[in-house]
Design a protein around this ligand. Sequence first.
Ligand SMILES: Cc1ncc(COP(=O)(O)O)c(C=O)c1O
Length: 477
Amino acid sequence: MTPDEFRKAGHELIELIADYREQVADMPVRSSAAVGEVLRQMPESAPIEAEPASNVIKDVENLLLPHLTHWQHPSFHAYFPANAELSSVLGDLLSSGLGQLGLNWQSSPPLTEVEQVTCDWLRQALGLSVDWQGVIQDTASTATLVALLCAREKSTGFAQMSDGVRTCGELVVYSSQQAHSSIMKASLLAGFGQNSVRACAVNADFSIDVHALAEMIEQDLAAGRKPCAIVGCTGTTAITAMDDIEQLAQLAEIYNCWLHVDGAMAGSAMILPEMRHLWQGVEQADSIVINPHKWLGTVFDCSVYYVRDVEHLVRVMSTNPSYLQTSADGQAPNYRDWGIPLGRRFRAMKLWWLLRCEGVSGLQQRLRRDIDNARWLAQQIEQAEHWRLIAPVALQTVCIIHEPPHITTAEQLDNHTQSWCEAINSSGEAMLTPATITENDGETRWMVRVSIGALKTERLHIEHLWQVLQKSVAGQL
Ligand SMILES: Cc1ncc(COP(=O)(O)O)c(C=O)c1O
């Protein structure tokens, strides 16, 4: 493709994206595609002869767009909000268009320095002290893996440089029963082994039970095991529970454990000074991960990993082959030594565009709007007969259950929950996520998560959702 062909097709594509965003609210939220429906309409092999870009654009319009699940729909309340702001889309486009690759500072000085600047701007916006330095990873899963590798190496006095962990005794990682699956995955990949990963019991508000955690640690110590890392969560995935980071920090200090804070989803809310009490104590942690590619509005993928001890991080992660050495080494960060991949995208560009074009106050306003909307819905649920909030509403996720009196068994209730949720999702009116939760009575039951925070979601959409919820349980959808 020549630059001139790129210009022409690029203009068309930008128009297509802008039209899509303007019209998305008129489409059914969830895709009704059958498995393989898109696949079957595509040729089995790549074209031998070049096609004009206009052919590809036609297929995007006719084959892909009609089958999308619309994450940017104002009634998208599934999973979590993501990929939203068009300013960030422009940054992403530019990042690819400039064709930059970060291997060391020299390979693209702006790639490194924009990353330094944006991570620091975000640090300030989050109210974190100057003790923290950030680096962009692809996802929170990777950042947590990096954190646990750093924890392992701290506990073992850099066993990776000698015999590895096999002579270091049994190292243990602690998190809560509500922790994201990425904590287990990272623990396994970092070599801890499933038997050495503890899922601690939770309190009534689903935060980690710190007393139970302390007991667990004592038992491990008594059995000759070595507590290594505690992963606390600021905003668990299912219900946005908030672990008490301050208390976890105290335990981490007593037992000499690494403290990693998983703020993948709710970390974005810390740009609101009034929400920072939710991660009180975070300054005592060793590492934090926040996903600007979720609620903050940056396009995927952009996870910022903050650490206090960069020297330790680099010691764990660095390799220094001769062909990557330059005269700038030591004067500027080589971000390849702050994470796993060598080659790095210009990911900071999309965060830079977001922060500049939306401004911190614009982002704050949007998040506050979403929190208000979540509180409004929570109020309706609390006041309505037979509806129940299944967990406190800390931010923008509202977890609900409908318990009509004619339903008497747990199985019937689960069927009812899944069926009204599916009725909504297949109607295209809104999209919600069903999930299980173990409540304080010890019963594990299905509930429905309403995640509020798509860019275009206003109060009127939440009012509409409340109507849709009531219709669905009455069998009127
Ligand atoms: C609390 C929490 N941690 C980690 C993750 C994993 O995020 P990622 O997809 O960036 O790996 C999620 C994703 O939903 C999450 O909610």
